[in-house]
Design a protein around this ligand. Structure first.
Ligand code: BJW
Ligand code: ZN
Length: 269
């Protein structure tokens, strides 16, 4: 057995004997769908770093510029499809009450993979319809939800956003104030209930499977440490080393779409 086959088998064995699994994903899981990562060489947008646009001061200073970035990303994601990693994770999660996905991603590709699976299974087996997929826990919000900057009302919003001028930006139907993307920017707190739930799942997990995150943005980056501190195992899938790599029981240095289907395929009941 080569080293990577050996690692893959060790990861499989950890997952096979686990009762509770938490899957933590980041931008890398969507990279093979064509969604740019934040910190990779492909950069996310023009000359800006994520810290410059994903922050409330940037929105106060120039809401049009920030909306332009989000409008571009919404269009890009809408034109992408879930990749084999999203599909394999959805299949692994379906019907397992004790396996959950927690994502930093604001795209909807985990959700679309889960829905595609239910439709596909529902066609062949009516029983599959009773296994409605649990939606992934989105730590940093959603690209396709907006929130009012004054009255805080939030809702789904899928219309194209015209960011040509400030006057064209979307406004609240209730109080006419500017709407903003319902995402978590730097310096903003994550929803405490969502963070609490993610922490609870991580502490309870026998295995944390971490896929495609640079593990530098807190508090998400520290979540897998709850699992290891509680005696659980850590598996990391990432072509690059991260601050988490030295803590991992198994590191699979490969792209998610190439390794995740093979890792989980044999474990699906
Ligand atoms: C592949 C692949 C393939 C490529 N297959 N893999 C403690 C210490 C220090 C600082 C802080 C701290 N606590 C809080 C902070 C401040 C700050 C922070 O963490 N700063 C650090 C950067 C230093 N955190 C916050 O401000 C958070 N708020 C908070 O904690 O509130 C309380 C508080 C406030 C102030 C002070 C103290 C406490 C909020 C963070 C919100 C992050 N928001 C963003 C934007 C969301 C909306 C949007 O998308 O527009 O979230 S930033 C951006 O980074 C986005 C992502 O979810 C997040 C993580 O990125 P991710 O997913 O890891 O992507 P990349 O690009 O970094 O990595 C991709 C990886 O994939 C790479 O490793 C590749 O190798 C790999 N890869 N191809 C598998 N095919
Ligand atoms: Zn409002």
């Amino acid at each position: 057995m080569t080293r990577s086959e050996d690692d893959l088998e060790r990861a499989r064995s950890l997952l096979r004997s686990a009762d509770t699994v938490v899957i933590l994903t980041g931008a890398g899981v969507s990279a093979e769908s064509g969604v740019p990562t934040f910190r990779g060489d492909d950069g996310l947008w023009k000359q800006f770093r994520p810290e410059q646009l994903a922050n409330p001061d940037a929105f106060r200073r120039d809401p049009r510029l920030v909306w332009e970035w989000y409008a571009w990303r919404r269009e890009k994601v809408a034109a992408c499809d879930p990749n084999p990693a999203h599909h394999a994770l959805a299949r692994f999660t379906l019907g397992r009450d004790r396996t959950r996905i927690v994502t930093q991603n604001v795209d909807d590709l985990h959700l679309r993979a889960a829905r595609a699976l239910v439709t596909e299974e529902g066609e062949t087996s009516p029983a599959a319809e009773s296994h409605d997929p649990a939606p992934p826990l989105q730590l940093h919000g959603s690209l396709f939800h907006v929130r009012c900057t004054r009255c805080n009302q939030r809702h789904e919003y899928r219309d194209p956003v015209d960011a040509e001028s400030q006057d064209a930006l979307p406004r609240c139907q209730r109080c006419d104030s500017l709407l903003r993307p319902d995402v978590v920017w730097f310096g903003e707190s994550l929803d405490p209930r969502i963070l609490e739930t993610a922490g609870r799942w991580c502490r309870a997990a026998d295995v944390a499977l971490v896929v495609g995150t640079s593990s530098v943005v807190e508090p998400a980056a520290s979540l897998p440490r709850h699992t290891t501190r509680s005696g659980g195992a850590l598996i990391e899938v990432n072509p690059e080393e991260t601050p988490l790599t030295t803590l991992a029981d198994v590191s699979l240095h490969a792209r998610a779409g190439e390794v995740v289907p093979g890792l989980l395929g044999g474990l699906v009941e």
